[in-house]
Every structure is written in C-alpha cells, then in structure tokens.
Design a protein around this ligand. Structure first.
Ligand code: NAD
Length: 484
C-alpha cells in the first residue's frame, strides 16, 4: 500500500454513524483488499443492539425530516453530489481498494452513483398529487403523497457507491429517514459518503449507518420492529426471499433488487462489431460481478463462430491485475468463494462439451483472481446457463430461429435485464415484448442510468430504483374526501 492509499484510508471514519455521531461499538472487523488479501481498515462491528439504536435515531428524526422543506432536502442531496465531485478521485480509489474494480471503472461508478444524488435532489421538489371532483359531483377528492416512514436499506458489495445512493437519495428526497447496512466486504465507501453528507448539512438521525459481520442477527430485530415501515434490499435472490418472509410479519413495504441471469441475444443481421463491443462491456464490466452482467450469450448459429473468434481475440488481450495499476481490465474477484464458483461452472460446462477458447484458470495469489474466459459451444443443461456466474466468464450457446432464441432467453427464473442485437426494427420490437425482463439493452451493452427505472421481474425482484418511478418506492398515496 502506498502513502496516498494510506492517507485516504486514514481519512475514512471507522465507527457506525448513529444519530449524527460516529460511534464505536464493542467489536471491530477488518476490511480487506481483494487484490492483495492485505488489511485496509478496521471498522465497527455493530451488534443487534447497535442496529436498534440506529433505528431509534431514524424513528426520532422521521417527523421533522418529513416536515423539512422539499427544497432543503434536495439541497442537501445536491451539495453531497458536489462534494462527491470534489472528492471523486478519493472515492474511486476507495472503491478500487475495497472492491477491486479497475480505477477507470470506479471513476465511472462515481459518476453513475453520484448522479442519484443529483437526480433525487431534483425529484424532491416534484412530489405532487391530484385534486378534483368525484364522479358523482358531491365532493372533492384530494390525493396526496406521504413519506412511508423509517426505512432499512441493505446494500451489496459490487457497486459500493451506486447501490447506496440509489436507495439513500430516493428515501431522503421522499422525506424518509433510514438505517443503512452496507456489505461487510465494502463498508468504507458508504462511511466516506456519509461523511460528505454531514459536510453537506445532513441533520442528525436522517441517515444512520451500521457496519457489521452479523447481517442476519442485526437485521432480524430491525425488520421485526413495528416502527420500521420499509425494507429495501439489493443482493442475492436467496437472501431476498428470506427477507421478504421476515418483512411479511410487519406487512412492510419492500423493494427487492435481486440476482440476474441476463441473456445476450445476437441475431445474424446484427452489426457484429457493435455486438462484440457490447458483449465485452456487458460481460466484463465490474469483473463480471454485476447483476446486469450478460450471463448467457445466445448467438445465431450463422454468426456464432465468428462472434466467438472476435470476442476471444479481445479477451486474450485483457490485462489482469490490481485495479490501481494502469491498463488493468480485470481486477480480482471479491473472495475465494467467487473464484471457486467460476472454476466449478467452467469445469461443468467443459465436462459437457464446451470449448475453453481462452482463460479457464484461477490466477495464483496473492489476491483472488480468475482469468477472463470464453467458452464456446456451451450445451443446454450446463450449470453456467442456469446460475448467475458473477465472474469474468463469457459462455456462448447458439440458436437457429427467433422462437428458439426467445425460449432460451426466457428459460430462467430471473428477469432483470436482456440484451438484443439486431438491425431489424420489427424483430427488435417483437423481442422487447417477448423477453421477460424488467430492462432491455437494444444494441447496447450498458444501460444503467439514474434517470431510468432500474429493476427486474420474476425472481429478480420488485420495485424500481432511479427514474421518475424511484421516489414512489418511498411514498404512499393518501386519499382524502371532502363533501361539498
Ligand atoms: P448477498 O445477498 O450475499 O448480500 C447482500 C447484502 O445483504 C449484504 O449487505 C449482506 O451483508 C446482506 N445480508 C446477507 N445475508 C443477510 C441476511 N440473512 N439478513 C440480512 N442481510 C443479509 O449478495 P452479495 O453477494 O453482496 O451481492 C451479489 C448479489 O447481489 C448478486 O446476486 C447480484 O445479482 C445482486 N445484485 C443485484 C442488483 C440489482 O439491482 N438487482 C444490484 C447489485 C447486486
């Protein structure tokens, strides 16, 4: 670790943030650099009691935050956006250190993640309702929006800034207070973000952060507490299912951004250069560790070989290394389990007849690296087509007809995003309508945008984050009737 990295890490708070104060807890845990295995920082390991203290603070601040002028709420978010811009180099480096993504990608996440702060600073002042006569003409209907109340926000490690701002900014804009629980692998980015929020004028209790190694033990009592009104979770489908069951007890509002198994469909009329560019972005961004990562490349048999050759050439040229080094395309996976999963999925596919066109091996440590890999001729039934890979492995399978492409693409319990490459407009429209996903990239490999409603169908979740739609996750309708 160099001096700049050390100085940055020393500037990150290491306590929990409860009721406007940084507090230490009885225990601590260590955050690691997945590229080296080395320790980066030691942060507070919150207990279930600490979690409930954070909820107390959020509950106590709820009424005054809901009554705070929308413009004031928006300005705190806007000032935070400005501060993130000022500190963007630090923020990007911090994400690369704790999560592993190459620095240019971390810089891209600063832009994307910060944009939720600016977007929702603008949405805070556009919460409207409606007013009008009832159909019988006997009175007036007033339909207004109220903040849902204190929220519990759980985020994953793969986009440490964006997954936090996507929830926190929407909640704050709507007038909700919150308790945030970042992933234990990457708590530092959230702690740094909240430090900037304080500088931007965040009132005590509005945002509280608990870092912990005991996610389940800490979350249970918060979710069971009758004062909580909303649970928003981003993470794996299995954990999401367990949380929905817990949330049912309190009939909580829930938003779930869960796993994906994105199909990337390439027709024989596609612009193959564009499809290859899109494929590289959709697969290898974030070292393949994105819920939006293309998981199954479903390519028309007429172009599958050529597509395979071109992506393989691109992947062979990729550089693996610590994300802080210039020119690195592929950083480490988050942990050894992730490397083992890539190994086992590749072994299963190869055992069933797929060809390993490049890669296919773990990279010896330190750090948890796996080679960027291309598999061609992946046969139906392979585990890699069923499971979310969450690693730098591009698996190609082929199809003959449009109906077959649709059937293969929809053959999953997930429904987050799909990608389609075709120049035929009518076919594009048909595909958009037939693909069972919450989002589609049409001739585009990356579509995430703070202005678009992000989210899935089927077991990829419910609710939307970002866009005009995102704030409604944190608002509830109130209907009032006044007789004439
Ligand atoms: P994960 O489900 O293991 O963990 C996510 C968060 O939940 C972490 O903060 C973790 O500490 C916490 N958690 C784990 N078990 C818990 C429990 N029993 N009770 C309460 N909290 C618990 O997922 P992950 O490995 O951190 O993230 C990867 C997953 O997230 C992938 O499946 C990916 O597709 C998904 N993801 C989805 C989106 C989306 O918007 N749909 C975005 C990013 C990641």
């Amino acid at each position: 670790m160099n001096e700049r990295e050390r100085a940055l890490l020393d500037s990150v708070p290491t306590g929990c943030f409860i009721d406007g104060a940084w507090v230490s807890t009885g225990a601590t845990f260590t955050v690691h650099d997945p590229a080296t295995g080395g320790a980066l920082a030691t942060v507070a390991d919150a207990s279930p009691e600490d979690g409930l203290r954070a909820l107390d603070a959020a509950v106590a601040a709820q009424e005054s935050w809901a009554a705070t002028a929308p413009r004031t709420r928006g300005e705190i978010l806007r000032r935070t956006w400005e501060l993130v811009q000022q500190h963007r180099a630090d923020m990007a480096l911090l994400m690369t250190l704790e999560m592993g993504k190459p620095l240019p990608e971390a810089d891209g996440e600063v832009t994307y993640g910060a944009e939720f702060l600016r977007w929702f600073s603008e949405e805070a002042v556009r919460i409207t309702g409606r007013y009008g006569p009832n159909p019988e003409g006997t009175g007036t209907m007033i339909i207004s929006l109220r903040p849902v109340g204190p929220c519990y926000l759980i985020t994953p490690w793969n986009f440490p800034l964006a997954m936090a701002t996507r929830k926190i900014a929407a909640a704050m804009a709507a007038g909700c207070t919150c308790v945030v629980k970042p992933a234990q692998e990457t708590p530092l980015t959230t702690l740094y973000l909240v430090k900037l929020m304080v500088e931007a004028g965040l009132p005590a209790g509005v945002v509280n952060v608990v870092t912990t190694t005991r996610a389940r033990d800490l979350s249970g009592p918060i979710i069971a507490d009758p004062r909580l009104r909303k649970l928003s979770f981003t993470g794996s489908t299995g954990v999401g299912q367990a949380l929905i069951a817990q949330a049912a007890q309190g009939v909580l509002r829930v938003s779930m951004e869960l796993g994906g198994n994105a199909p990337f469909v390439v027709f024989d009329d596609a612009d193959l250069d564009a499809a290859v560019d899109g494929a590289i972005a959709a697969k290898f961004r974030n070292i393949g560790q994105a819920c939006t990562a293309a998981n199954r490349f479903i390519v028309h048999a007429g172009v599958a070989d050529e597509f395979g050759r071109r992506v393989t050439a691109r992947v062979k040229a990729m550089r693996v290394g610590r994300g802080t080094e210039p020119g690195v395309d592929i950083g480490p996976l988050i942990d050894d389990r992730a490397v083992a999963k890539a190994e086992s999925l590749v072994a299963d596919a190869a055992g069933r007849g797929a060809v390993v066109a490049t890669g296919g091996q773990r990279v010896e440590g330190p750090g948890t690296f796996y080679e960027p890999t291309v598999l061609t001729g992946v046969v139906p039934g392979s585990e890699i087509l069923r499971e979310e890979i969450f690693g730098p492995v591009l698996a190609i399978t082929s199809f003959e007809t449009e109906d077959e492409a649709v059937r293969l693409a929809n053959d999953t319990e997930y429904g987050l995003i799909s990608y389609v490459y075709t120049k035929d407009l009518a076919r594009a429209h048909r595909m958009i309508n037939r693909l069972e996903t919450g989002m589609t990239g049409l001739n585009a490999g990356v579509i995430s945008n703070a202005a678009g409603p992000f989210g899935g169908v089927k077991q990829s979740g419910m609710g939307r984050e970002g866009g005009f739609e995102g704030i409604y996750e944190y608002l509830s309708w109130k209907y009032t009737f006044l007789p004439n």
